[in-house]
Design a protein around this ligand. Structure first.
Ligand SMILES: Nc1ncnc2c1ncn2[C@@H]1O[C@H](COP(=O)(O)OP(=O)(O)OP(=O)(O)O)[C@@H](O)[C@H]1O
Ligand SMILES: [Mg+2]
Length: 282
């Protein structure tokens, strides 16, 4: 704190005294000296710890019974011949358990990101991540008879991000585009960049989204209710996750859509400033 006077800039430090945590801010006052502010942040620290405990306990307690259900359902098939009806019921248990597992994973990912408990940022290449996801989804695209293409401008800058989360962004947007595009349609994943931002778009020639639904589609559990959309399975968490991941990277996601023509989602992410690893302004 003493060097605050020498450097002439405000500084903040955390410290612990008698089991209480304090935030100490020192700000120089020209020609006078220094102002010191001490804030007791013990309860904020406790709240933070409680949130972390909640996420890890819930994740463990919800996941372990599901693992047992899946394990025993798979075992049933192995311990003796099942008749056709029994086999169908066991398969249903397995499929419902899978979707429950996906739902819990999505909810926990959202909780982790919202609680600011995510992995550290690292330099990563969104084009490589997107190329890999597109490659992996070619099978689903072929099954749905939708053409999935990838177009990328060369020499894209790296960004500061969490590769696993960025994968989720691409994969949720591409799987939506494939899911809501009827056979014969197309999905195009495109990437380009300016000096300050990287832009990824996922465009489809599918059902589109009615204008009255557009403002709500990033809300948790929101799904378009018309017959065509509702006939496809989903929980309505995919886009909420996309939005919170993109925003936790300092970026934004926008959508444009025309019913019956198609939809385009655009993700804009800041590119680090020069080589010092600082993120440019969004
Ligand atoms: N590319 C798209 N074309 C048309 N409608 C879309 C598209 N992407 C999303 N939607 C609409 O927005 C809703 C919300 O999308 P979101 O990905 O959050 O949920 P979901 O796909 O229904 O379920 P989940 O992703 O959790 O399995 C969808 O139910 C769908 O109605
Ligand atoms: Mg989805």
């Amino acid at each position: 704190m003493r060097d605050t006077l020498e450097v002439g800039q405000a500084r903040t430090e955390e410290g612990t005294v008698d089991n209480r945590t304090y935030l100490l801010t020192a700000a120089p006052i020209p020609d006078v000296g220094m102002m010191l502010e001490m804030q007791d942040i013990t309860y904020l620290k406790e709240l933070d710890r409680a949130k972390s405990d909640f996420v890890s306990i819930v994740s463990h307690d919800l996941r372990s019974p599901l693992t047992s259900i899946l394990g025993f359902a798979k075992l049933l098939k192995r311990i003796g011949p099942l008749n056709e009806r029994q086999e169908r019921y066991v398969q249903q248990i397995i499929e419902v358990t899978w979707s429950m597992e996906a739902l819990i994973n999505n909810l926990l990912d959202l909780a982790r990101i919202e609680a600011g408990m995510d992995e550290e940022l690292e330099l990563c290449s969104l084009d490589e991540i997107a190329a890999q996801v597109v490659e992996e989804m070619q099978g689903v695209a072929a099954e749905r008879e939708v053409r999935l293409r990838f177009a990328v401008r060369r020499d894209l800058p790296q960004i500061l991000g969490r590769p696993m989360r960025l994968r989720q962004v691409v994969s949720n947007l591409v799987s939506n585009a494939l899911k809501y595009t009827p056979p014969g349609g197309q999905v195009l994943v495109g990437l380009d960049a300016t000096d300050t931002h990287l832009r990824m778009s996922v465009a489809d020639t599918g059902l589109g989204i009615p204008p009255q639904d557009l403002p709500h589609i990033f809300e948790k559990f929101y799904r378009v209710q018309d017959a065509e959309h509702a006939s496809r399975k989903g929980t309505g968490l995919g886009l909420a996750l996309v939005k919170s991941i993109v925003e936790s990277h300092g970026g934004q996601v926008v959508v444009k859509s025309q019913v019956g023509k198609g939809t385009i989602f655009t993700v804009i992410l800041p590119v680090p400033d020069g080589s010092d690893g600082e993120v440019g302004q969004a």
